[in-house]
Design a protein around this ligand. Structure first.
Ligand SMILES: [Zn+2]
Ligand SMILES: [Zn+2]
Ligand SMILES: [Zn+2]
Ligand SMILES: [Zn+2]
Length: 400
C-alpha cells in the first residue's frame, strides 16, 4: 500500500501501557497471562547468557565474570572502537640453515577496517599465527588492584553473613541502616577528604602572563580513546593498545505482575529466533493513518485508518468513545464507527501470491475477538480493551 505512513512514524498512533505510559505498538509486549500491555519500563529484564558479539561464542556467567566480561579472541580498535580483523602479510626472515638467504614467512597483524589503525601503529610486532596470541599489556597496579579486590570481597562476605544474622533480629535501628549504607567506610573518607582539601581556584593578577600549551591534535588521544583503556589511559596515539571486546548479553523479559516470560531468546547466539516472543505487534491489530486528511476549524473531516490483523484467526473490533479524561489531550470531536468490524485473519499465502490477495473477504458473524495461544495450545477468546492516541496532524490555517 502506498501512502501509508512508515514503521518509523511511531509517534502518530500510540497505545496506553498498563503502567500509564503512551508507547508505539512496536515497543510493547502483551502478557498472555494477565492480558495486559507491557512496555520496556514495566517488565523485568533478566540476563540469560553473556556472549561475544563478534565471534558469537556463548560464555557462562561465572566465566565471563572471571574474564572481566571480555572475549579472549576478539579485539576492539583503541582508536575508534570498531572490531579489529587479522591481516596476513609476508615478511622476509633469514633462513637458519643458510644464513645468507632469507625466506618469506607469513605473518599477521590486526587492522581496523574503519579508521585504518593497525597494531603496527602501536608498535606491536606481527604474530606468526592468525589467532595471534596477542599478549595483554601488563598493568603496573595489577597486584595492588587484586589485593584490594580480595579485601573488598572479604568485607562483602562478612557483611553478607552479618545481614543473614540480622535477619533474625527483629528490631533494626536506623543507625544500623546508616552504617550498612556506607559499605566500606568510603563515604566518611570521601567526606573527610572533601573537608581537608578545599577546591583550588585562582584569579589572575594584572599583567600576569598566561601560558597556554596548544595540544598537537594528531598525536594526542581523545577522551573516549583514553577512557577505553582505563588502566593505562594513553596520552599519545602511539601508545594506543587494542583491548579485548566487551561481551554482550542475551536477555529475557518477564511480566512484573505474573512473572511469566514475555520474551526469551534461543540459547544459541547464532540463532535469531525466540523461544517466547510476545511482542504486541504479533497479537494486537496495528493501526495506521492514511495521510491526506485536511483539518479545518469547525469542519467535518473523514479520516481513514487501516487495521492489520496479525493473528491467524479473525478479530472483532469495537470502537468506544473515551470516557472521562485520563490525561489524554483530546482536541477534536470524534465520531467513531458504531458497527463492529471484523478483521480477516492473517493469511501468509497472500504475502507471496498476489492473486489471492484480491479475494474478497466476507464478514463472518461467527468470528471471534483476538485469539491467543495459551500454554496448553488450546485456543481461547478474549476481549482486550486498549486506549489509543492518534495524532492526526495540525489544523490548516484559515484561507489556505
Ligand atoms: Zn509500561
Ligand atoms: Zn569474540
Ligand atoms: Zn578503528
Ligand atoms: Zn503478566
Amino acid at each position: 500500500m502506498t501512502g501509508i505512513l512508515s514503521l518509523c512514524d511511531n509517534k502518530i498512533v500510540q497505545y496506553l501501557c498498563a503502567c500509564g505510559k503512551w508507547k508505539s505498538i512496536y515497543r510493547l509486549y502483551l502478557c498472555r497471562h494477565c492480558y495486559k500491555i507491557r512496555c520496556g519500563d514495566c517488565v523485568l529484564h533478566e540476563v540469560d547468557s553473556p556472549y561475544c558479539p563478534n565471534c558469537l561464542e556463548n560464555m557462562p556467567s561465572a566465566e565471563a565474570k572471571l574474564k572481566k566480561n571480555r572475549c579472549v579472541n576478539c579485539f576492539d580498535c583503541p582508536s575508534c572502537g570498531h572490531t579489529l580483523t587479522p591481516r596476513a602479510t609476508s615478511q622476509m626472515v633469514s633462513n637458519p640453515d643458510d644464513p645468507g638467504k632469507s625466506t618469506p614467512k607469513k605473518m599477521f597483524y590486526l587492522a581496523c577496517g574503519f579508521c585504518r589503525w593497525t597494531t603496527r601503529d602501536g608498535g606491536i610486532p606481527d604474530k606468526p599465527t592468525v589467532s595471534g596470541g596477542w599478549e595483554d599489556m601488563e598493568n603496573p597496579y595489577a597486584a595492588r588492584l587484586s589485593s584490594l579486590l580480595e579485601h573488598y570481597q572479604q568485607l562483602a562476605q562478612r557483611e553478607k553473613a552479618e545481614k543473614e544474622r540480622k535477619k533474625y533480629v527483629r528490631r533494626r535501628s536506623h543507625l544500623m541502616y546508616a552504617a550498612s549504607m556506607d559499605k566500606y567506610g568510603m563515604v566518611s573518607v570521601a567526606a573527610k577528604r572533601k573537608g581537608l582539601m578545599p577546591p583550588t581556584t585562582g584569579t589572575l593578577k594584572e599583567n600576569e602572563e598566561v601560558t597556554v600549551t596548544i595540544l598537537k591534535e594528531p598525536d594526542t588521544t581523545k577522551m573516549h580513546q583514553r577512557m577505553s583503556s582505563v588502566e593505562f589511559q594513553p596520552a599519545e596515539t602511539g601508545d594506543l593498545f587494542p583491548g579485548h571486546k566487551h561481551l554482550l548479553i542475551r536477555r529475557s523479559l518477564r511480566c512484573k505482575e505474573c512473572e511469566h516470560n514475555l520474551s526469551k531468546p534461543e540459547f544459541n547466539p547464532l540463532s535469531t529466533k525466540f523461544k517466547i516472543q510476545l511482542i504486541a505487534i504479533l497479537h494486537i491489530p496495528e493501526i495506521r493513518v492514511v495521510p491526506g486528511a485536511e483539518f479545518r476549524h469547525k469542519k467535518d473531516t473523514k479520516v481513514t485508518l487501516t487495521f492489520t490483523n496479525p493473528v491467524n484467526t479473525n478479530t472483532k473490533i469495537q470502537f468506544l468513545q473515551v470516557e472521562g479524561n485520563a490525561g489524554e489531550e483530546v482536541t477534536a470531536k470524534i465520531d467513531v464507527p458504531k458497527k463492529e468490524l471484523v478483521l480477516a485473519h492473517r493469511d501468509d499465502a497472500t504475502m507471496y501470491d498476489e492473486m489471492s490477495s484480491q479475494q474478497e473477504f466476507k464478514d463472518d458473524s461467527r468470528s471471534t475477538a483476538t485469539t491467543l495461544p495459551s500454554e496448553n495450545q488450546e485456543q481461547q477468546t478474549v476481549w482486550l480493551e486498549h486506549r489509543i492516541n492518534v495524532n492526526l496532524g495540525t489544523l490548516l490555517q484559515q484561507g489556505k
